[in-house]
Design a protein around this ligand. Structure first.
Ligand code: ADP
Ligand code: MG
Length: 568
């Protein structure tokens, strides 16, 4: 009796291509027509993390790309699934992280007929992607997936999109042996280039003459894994450095030359600034006065040519890979003409600001209602100094928290990033806990930010990821309302747009999903909950920290600090 040839499907071709290209984890949500893809990936040994909303799945995949240096891959259904996933594409584009979105789409012979979840997804995704395509035929699937992965990681990293019609996924491959020759030849991912040697000489000369140099370390340096070269260069030059929010940890915050606590003074005084994987966008006040000196000059290291010279600042462009460029710089610069008063001034200011923070954290007695400072001080004192990966989001929670939690290792602090995207925290925490199985991921998040994706707690618990989530709960966006004001405003139907229900039991969501939860109101309760959750390294924990609603101090500069415009 003739034996029947085993058949394979388009789904298997997709899974084998991903496996062949080194993909080990897939983030997503299944439904028609992509269930078979997830099944086939699992059969290949690829882990599938099943989320509750595609937004979080795409955020998780993008942060996996940032942490691992290999594109994260997300799988969604078409139509609404892709629209939810767009949030992740935009966020990855803004942060320059490699992400590949794979989505199912309607059968090719039903296009324009009002098919199930029909959407022109290639068109919809294209503005947020470096590459977006539907394979021309089933046998072109490996070609397009390889191109999407390679493009996501090449040059400035970013998102790509691959459209997978239902009839391709279900296509019956009569001769599975024919799959092997279709699998792509592996090319070198993300080729690297050095900077122009003339520009390196010029940079060394600018630095030799600088009196008040400053090195700004961005998340591009973290992504480029430039920590060793940067460490050597900083130590050799003895120049103060300032990390951006996600550049924290590339060099340890406790390094002598770190001037984070004197940030405003450093920006204002610096005469030559080296930007290492950081852009002159809103996070760095566009590189313009009044936050920066009028005469500041920038030496900008970046892989993306078009970024260099942006925002009109006087810039020496070092286009190339950060590690290679820093290696080039290391062979040149040996001395600087640094003004000792500048360095001492920054160190004194940093010391004074740290003392101020310490005082703020001691306010009130042990039973007093908490605020940001007292809560963060308790958390800081109890968390171990090693083995923690921080995730942070929420406006005030993130801004104020940044100065409390020192980071000593690269890529161990994630926050709302370039997009100031709230709701990323759960996806980021899940991806980070997968990437760092021997660390504890601690998310310190505002109540509003947490609410965007709180249902992903169930994802974390089901996936056995022992996140520790600390919700700083002030009953709202920014400042919140206290119970009495809430009740009277609600009675009069005048609730401010920023208010959320007082004392929402976020801790009980964790309990409802099979995790642990605590509600705490003061230092003693917070300390106890922290100790108990740290003692349970396998449990997903939520500590709901009630803090006093209220304002925050007025900034001495406008928040965005847009460049001063001359009057027309
Ligand atoms: P931050 O928010 O920390 O200031 P940004 O996201 O603004 O950082 O900037 C990161 C920059 O790093 C981007 O402009 C990106 O092009 C660049 N970058 C990423 N990877 C590399 C690399 N390997 N070499 C050089 N530059 C890189
Ligand atoms: Mg809040």
């Amino acid at each position: 009796m003739a034996t029947q040839q085993p058949k394979a499907s388009g789904a298997e071709l997709i899974a084998r291509t991903l496996h062949h290209l080194g993909v080990t984890v897939l983030f997503g949500i299944v439904g028609i027509p992509v269930v078979e893809i997830a099944d086939a990936c699992q059969a290949q040994g690829i882990r599938f993390i099943a989320f509750r909303n595609e937004q979080s799945a795409a955020y998780a995949a993008s942060v996996h790309g940032y942490l691992s240096g290999q594109p994260g891959v997300c799988l969604t259904v078409g139509g609404p699934g892709v629209v939810h996933g767009l949030a992740g594409l935009l966020n990855a584009q803004l942060n320059c992280w490699p992400l590949v979105l794979l989505a199912g789409s309607c059968d090719t012979d039903q296009i324009d007929m009002g098919a199930f979840q029909e959407l022109d997804q290639v068109q919809v995704c294209r503005p947020y992607c470096k590459y977006a395509a539907r394979p021309a035929s089933v046998d072109k699937i490996p070609f397009v997936i390889e191109k999407a992965l390679r493009t996501a990681a090449a040059g400035r990293p970013g998102p790509t999109y691959v459209d997978l019609p239902a009839d391709y996924i279900q296509y019956a491959i009569q001769n599975p042996a024919a799959i092997v020759p279709l699998l792509p030849t592996q090319t070198t991912l993300a080729p690297k280039a050095q900077a122009d040697p003339q520009a390196i000489i010029q940079a060394a000369s600018w630095l030799r003459q600088a009196r008040r140099p400053l090195i700004v370390i961005g998340k591009g340096a973290a992504y480029a894994r430039a920590e060793n070269e940067l460490r050597q260069w900083v130590d050799k030059l003895g120049v103060p450095f300032l990390p951006t929010p996600m550049g924290k940890g590339v060099l340890p915050d406790e390094h002598d030359l770190c001037v984070s606590p004197a940030r405003s003074k450093a920006l204002k005084e610096a005469d030559v600034v080296v930007l290492v994987g950081a852009r002159l966008n809103w996070i760095l006040h566009y590189g313009a006065s009044p936050r920066w000196s009028n005469n500041v000059k920038y030496i900008h290291l970046d892989v993306h040519y078009e970024e260099l010279g942006n925002n009109g600042a006087l810039t020496l462009a070092l286009a190339g890979d950060l590690r290679l460029t820093l290696q080039q710089l290391l062979t040149h610069a040996t001395t600087t003409n640094l003004d000792p008063a500048y360095r001492q001034g920054l160190q004194a200011k940093a010391k004074a600001n740290m003392a101020k923070t310490l005082t703020l954290g001691q306010q009130g007695d042990d039973h007093a209602i908490l605020n940001y400072h007292t809560a963060f001080t308790v958390i800081k004192n109890i968390l171990p100094r090693q083995g923690i990966v921080y995730v942070s989001e929420g406006a005030n929670t993130m801004d104020i928290g940044r100065s409390y939690f020192d980071v000593q290792h690269p890529r161990q602090r994630l926050d709302a990033g370039t997009g100031a995207t709230m709701g990323v925290g759960m996806g980021y925490a899940i991806a980070a806990q997968l990437y760092y199985p021997d660390h504890r991921v601690v998310s310190i998040v505002g109540d509003s930010a947490f609410g965007f994706s709180a249902m992903e707690l169930e994802t974390a618990i089901r996936s056995q990821l022992p996140l520790l989530i600390i919700v700083i709960n002030n009953n709202g966006i920014y400042h919140g309302l206290d119970d009495q004001d809430y009740e009277s405003s609600r009675h009069n139907q005048t609730l401010p747009a920023t208010s959320l229900s007082p004392e929402t039991r976020y801790d009980m969501i964790a309990q409802a999903c099979g995790g642990k939860g605590w509600l705490v109101r003061n230092r003693i309760e917070l300390a106890k909950a922290l100790q108990e959750s740290l003692a349970q390294p396998k449990e997903t924990c939520v500590i709901n920290v009630l803090i006093a609603p209220g304002g925050r101090k007025k900034l001495s500069f406008g928040w965005m600090n847009a460049a001063q415009k001359p009057k027309l």
